[in-house]
Design a protein around this ligand. Structure first.
Ligand code: DP6
Length: 325
């Protein structure tokens, strides 16, 4: 009753930021992401009759509080479906700093969903794993699949919502150059930040109304393999989401001074003719999309920005996989 799964993080090109239903964890807008290599989580789940409670360890640190609660809730769903009455030991390792806006909840809950189902004796099923991962963290639904992945807006009561893969990792040989700005954990989780935005930002309704348009543009650009079209819509989605969040009370601000300096560097790259486009999520780091041939010049430019602590280059990544244990 043990299984190990690995899932890559995904970067949202058209963002989700706001829930239609907090109990069912349904997103209020459609989103589109690219699953990427380099940033991944490996999770082992073992149901064990020697345990008297679930034991959750992330990056060698025993978890209590909210992270543990979210994991236990997911395990409860699996126990329910599989008819298993045992507690589990969950051990998870990441290749990158967690809870800093690098989609660790996406890769983390996707790996957990895949491993927990199989450890409980259920057959691996990507649709059911994506649905299960989504109940824990919306973006995790997308990390069950590789390449370009969409997730619809949640219709009222749609407990079955899962992500949909649209193009595999080998569809488009893009690079995602990730500029890290420190490794501090964020002060406001995505869950809290987007809820505060929904409740208090005067711009939330406009954001929720506009987000599907960004999504449609990003999808059309991906279909045409048109990086300029994708990038323009991705940056628009990013700035609209962050502007909306920053207008919350109190403000939800994930950016640090180097974050803006990176956006400047990317604009300078474009002014010199390099097709490079930036995005960021609930944290100060910036992910820059470019063609494979521009990987070197983009990496060099981002390394030169004051406050950038590390630069790594990712490629389109594959789906979550089960590992031999
Ligand atoms: C900015 O999926 O982490 O990365 O559903 O509450 O767990 P919960 O939120 P989460 O939010 C991700 C927000 C984002 C944009 C995105 O990935 O679409």
């Amino acid at each position: 009753m043990k299984a190990t799964a690995r899932a890559f993080a995904n970067i949202a090109l058209a963002k989700y930021w706001g829930k239609a239903d907090s109990d069912l964890n349904l997103p209020a807008m459609p989103s589109l992401s690219l699953t990427v290599t380099e940033l991944f989580t490996t999770t082992t789940v073992a149901f064990d009759d020697g345990l008297s409670s679930d034991d959750v360890v992330v990056s060698d640190a025993a978890q209590s509080g909210r992270t543990r609660e979210r994991v236990v809730k997911l395990l409860d769903r699996v126990r329910n479906e599989a008819g298993v009455d045992l507690f589990a030991r969950v051990a998870s390792q990441n290749t990158f700093p967690v809870a800093s806006g690098l989609a660790s909840s996406a890769s983390g809950f996707a790996a957990l969903a895949v491993a927990a189902r199989v450890a409980a004796g259920l057959p691996h099923d990507a649709v059911l794993a994506s649905r299960l991962a989504r109940t824990a963290s919306v973006s995790a639904a997308r990390s069950v699949y590789g390449g370009f992945v969409t997730l619809d807006r949640g219709a009222p009561g749609d407990a079955d919502l899962a992500a949909t893969p649209v193009f595999d990792a080998d569809y488009w040989d893009l690079r995602v150059v990730v500029a890290l700005v420190g490794d501090a954990q964020k002060e406001t989780s995505s869950t809290d930040g987007m809820e505060r935005t929904r409740m208090t930002s005067p711009f939330y309704d406009a954001w929720a109304l506009t987000a599907p348009r960004f999504y449609g543009e990003v999808l059309a650009g991906v279909r045409a393999r048109d990086l300029e079209r994708v990038g323009t819509a991705m940056e628009a989605s990013t700035f609209a989401m962050h502007a909306c969040a920053m207008a919350s009370a109190p403000p939800v601000v994930y950016w640090k001074p180097p974050t803006l300096a990176i956006y400047d560097a990317v604009r300078a790259l474009r002014a010199r003719g390099t097709c490079a486009w930036a995005t960021s999520d609930a944290g100060p780091h910036v992910k820059v999309f470019c063609e494979a041939r521009d990987e070197g010049s983009v990496t060099q430019s981002l390394r030169a920005v004051d406050g950038v602590t590390r630069v790594l280059v990712a490629k389109p990544g594959g789906p979550a996989t089960l590992e031999a244990t």
